[in-house]
Design a protein around this ligand. Structure first.
Ligand code: PHE
Length: 340
């Protein structure tokens, strides 16, 4: 009988159940009126008295093992049943936790910076609260230049020499002060202008500035660098054109357009019927700027460029209203959840 009890214990432990009916059959098999436990009790009555002490607890152990398995299995199938009734499929893999998304401006900033990093540019940042020298005077803005006008610039009330930078070109000045050529740097950051907020303008926006200074840097280097960037960012077939322009700190200066096409009504509207879209301003660093920052303009030359991240993001994702970037509406932000 001792052996039989051991076998039963092993049997009970090894059972598996696919359905609630199988659990019920197991219950009847052991605990039913003609079940195995009943049989064991009958057998036990005929056992020699000296063995009863040992075998009694063993039989109880078998019975306990059956009851334990039943309690567990019955609970499992009860749960499955109620899950089924509620329409929940407990066998499905669990869904992931919802996670946050990268802001579209951040996605584009990283992509742009990454392209220039691959070309050997180093990333640097500068302060948002600046002084007149770094934003204007050090960049060859004459004292009467309209960009200094109260309309464009937020000045700090207590100290009119302090202002919120209106462009990231201020970081160029800071880096020229600190470094010796050659330098090849890319400078992302937030800028501020006193403009009425609309679908096309905001008082806060973001720029990425680039600066390359070395011996024999030419306008051709500037153009090739920007063409390479445009192809990497907008696609290998992208065409660019340079239009003459004016900035106080570059000479010659240009604005760069990418060819967008004229296929749809939207293309016609956003390119004002030309097919071309402006993406950035650039030029050869004015020798006055190099000299003002302690760089020998006879030995060195350089190029600089600056682009608006909002503008480029709006082009890339066909976003019609700049204000969406600053409202943090999750319905907008969640559309970028796949972007890194
Ligand atoms: N700072 C200029 C702007 O904000 C852009 C620019 C940067 C132009 C560098 C030329 C060179 O519009």
């Amino acid at each position: 009988m001792r052996e039989e009890l051991d076998l039963l214990l092993a049997d009970i432990a090894s059972r598996t159940f696919e359905t609630a009916d199988q659990v019920e059959a197991f219950r009847v098999e052991f605990l039913g009126r003609k079940g195995k436990i009943k049989d064991l009790m009958a057998e036990f009555r005929n056992v020699a008295p000296e063995l009863k002490r040992e075998l009694g607890p063993q039989i109880n152990k078998v019975k306990g093992a059956v009851e334990e398995r039943l309690a567990i299995e019955q609970a499992v199938f009860k749960k499955k049943k109620s899950a089924k009734a509620s329409g929940i499929d407990a066998s499905r893999p669990a869904g992931g936790q919802p996670h946050g998304t990268h802001h579209p401006l951040q996605v584009v900033r990283r992509e742009i910076v990454g392209i220039f990093k691959n070309m050997g540019f180093e990333v640097v940042e500068g302060p948002e609260i600046e002084d007149d020298w770094h934003v204007f005077s050090g960049l060859n803005f004459p004292p009467e230049h309209p960009a200094r006008d109260m309309q464009d610039t937020f000045f700090v009330e207590r100290n009119p020499d302090l202002l919120l930078r209106t462009h990231t070109s201020s970081v160029q000045v800071r880096e020229m002060e600190k470094r010796k050529p050659p330098m090849r740097i890319i400078m992302p950051g937030r800028v501020f202008r006193n403009e009425a907020v609309s679908s096309r303008a905001h008082c806060i926006f973001h720029q990425i500035e680039g600066l390359y200074i070395d011996e024999n840097v030419s306008f051709a280097d500037l153009k090739q660098t920007l063409l390479h960037f445009a192809k990497r960012f907008f696609g290998p077939e992208t065409k660019i054109r340079l239009r003459p322009s004016y900035f106080p700190f570059t000479e010659p200066s240009a604005e760069v357009d990418v060819y967008w096409g004229l296929e749809t009504e939207v293309d016609k509207r956003i390119t004002k019927g030309t097919g071309w879209l402006e993406i950035l301003g650039c030029g050869m660093v004015d020798p006055n700027v190099l000299e003002a920052n302690g760089i020998d303009s006879k030995k060195y030359s350089g190029f600089a460029f600056g682009m608006g991240i909002e503008r480029i993001t709006m082009l890339k994702y066909q976003i019609g209203d700049l204000r969406l970037f600053f409202e943090n509406d999750k319905r907008f932000l969640n559309q970028f959840s796949g972007e890194r």
